[in-house]
Design a protein around this ligand. Structure first.
Ligand SMILES: Nc1nc2c(ncn2[C@@H]2O[C@H](COP(=O)(O)OP(=O)(O)OP(=O)(O)O)[C@@H](O)[C@H]2O)c(=O)[nH]1
Ligand SMILES: [Mg+2]
Length: 380
């Protein structure tokens, strides 16, 4: 399917840029991208998005230095300069566009503030569905980031057709800082979402897929509101076996498909959640065509239907003759139970309360302090 990625803020623009970089090696192109930020040096540092598609906003307010994690200011600037943003998007909107993908981190100020603003305007202006790819701060990133993310997500969720959530904390290794993990997390995001976006392109790429899912099936899974968490698993194909794929009989192939799909669902999801509460799911199995099996996909689909709350499970394959691995990406949509998200909202509510208390207390103490100066005559 054809997507227009709109990266907002530093994390959002970096990830949008990576989608374009990743595609350069792919036979079929799915993504175009726009980058929007209040920080000039971050915009300049991108590698793949053409200069004319990089939009600096808020220059009068913040002089190209970012909004310093103030997402209310981020939202204000986006509102004031929405015409500039929409103009850039409009120039890149072609007739074959299937969907918009807005990308931002919730923790900061620019992307976090801008994403619901841009979403609302795109929904008003276009018929194509608008999705969000939203990054949650890891627990270690602190209260302000948590509050920003909660505030932005609460506003965003009602403005888009569906939201992919990614928890930065979900991919952290023991002892690793969030910053050290960015590249790995970003690569993980691009691989998973990139593969989903390619689903509809399978037919033009290789005729040999057993079960083709088209763009509309992906859209129907993700695009009916709510949250989507994405799982992924892969398995190398032994070098020895590569030349003689046929040694696997259909049952062997099917067993392999099911086992990889199960690992994708039970392994690290982009948002840690109870996947059994999902209402809909989409399985995409990728690898050399000779490993594709309708029976395997049917079995995997049946298994997942039994696991999740809803019964809407779609499955298809993405044949790639050159791949030296088999992979399954699974989108779990309409998820309603996530301890991680619950904790994030609770912590954000506490942080908001504390910020209010501290501000009131500060004001009171300040007034008290200047009471001592009551009898002193001012200069003018
Ligand atoms: N996964 C991932 N997260 C990132 C990356 N860069 C920043 N973040 C996260 O994004 C959040 C901060 O948001 P940014 O995108 O840096 O902020 P911004 O939108 O540029 O807003 P301001 O800098 O405040 O103007 C934090 O939770 C960071 O951990 C990245 O490359 N990958
Ligand atoms: Mg920034």
């Amino acid at each position: 399917m054809k997507m227009l990625a709109v990266g907002l803020g530093q994390a959002g623009t970096k990830i949008a840029d990576l989608f374009i970089g990743w595609e350069m090696k792919q036979p079929v192109k799915c993504f175009n991208a726009i980058a929007v930020n209040t920080a000039k040096s971050d915009l300049m540092g991108l590698k793949n998005i053409p200069m004319e598609n990089r939009v600096l906003i808020g220059e009068t307010a913040v002089k190209g230095h970012g909004v310093g994690a103030n997402n209310k200011l981020g939202a204000e600037i986006a509102m004031e300069e929405i015409d500039v943003i929409l103009g850039a998007i409009d120039r890149m909107t072609k007739s074959d566009l299937d969907a918009f993908l807005l990308i931002a981190a919730g923790g900061g100020g620019t992307g976090s503030g801008a994403i619901p603003v841009v979403a609302r305007h795109l929904k008003e202006l276009y018929d194509e569905p608008v999705y969000a790819l939203f990054i949650l701060p890891a627990e270690a990133e602190g209260d302000i980031y948590t509050l920003n993310a909660a505030r932005s997500l609460k506003t965003l969720i009602g403005e888009v057709d569906g939201t992919f959530l990614v928890d930065n904390g979900a991919f952290l290794r023991y002892g690793e800082s969030v910053k050290e993990a960015y590249d790995r997390i970003n690569a993980e995001i691009v691989r998973r979402i990139g593969l989903l976006a390619r689903a509809g392109e399978a037919t033009s790429h290789a005729k040999v897929g057993e079960v083709v899912v088209d763009a509309s099936e992906v859209l129907n899974t993700i695009g009916r509101g709510g949250i989507t968490s994405v799982g992924y698993a892969q398995e190398a194909i032994e070098k020895r076996a590569r030349g003689k794929h046929t040694f696997l009989d259909d049952l062997g192939k099917a067993t392999r498909v099911i086992s990889i799909v199960k690992r994708a669902v039970r392994g690290k999801l982009t948002l840690p959640c109870d996947y059994t509460t999902a209402e809909r799911a989409l399985v995409l199995f990728a690898g050399p065509p000779v490993y594709m099996t309708r029976k395997g996909l049917d079995k995997a689909r049946q298994w997942l239907e039994g696991e999740i709350a809803g019964s809407e499970v779609r499955a298809g394959d993405y044949p790639n003759p050159k791949a030296d691995f088999l992979a399954a990406v699974v989108a779990l949509s309409g998820v309603t139970e996530s301890q991680r998200l619950k904790e994030l909202f609770e912590r954000a509510a506490r942080a908001q309360e504390r910020i209010k208390e501290v501000a009131e207390e500060g004001r009171r103490r300040f007034e008290e302090l200047f009471e001592e100066a009551e009898d002193i005559e001012p200069l003018f």
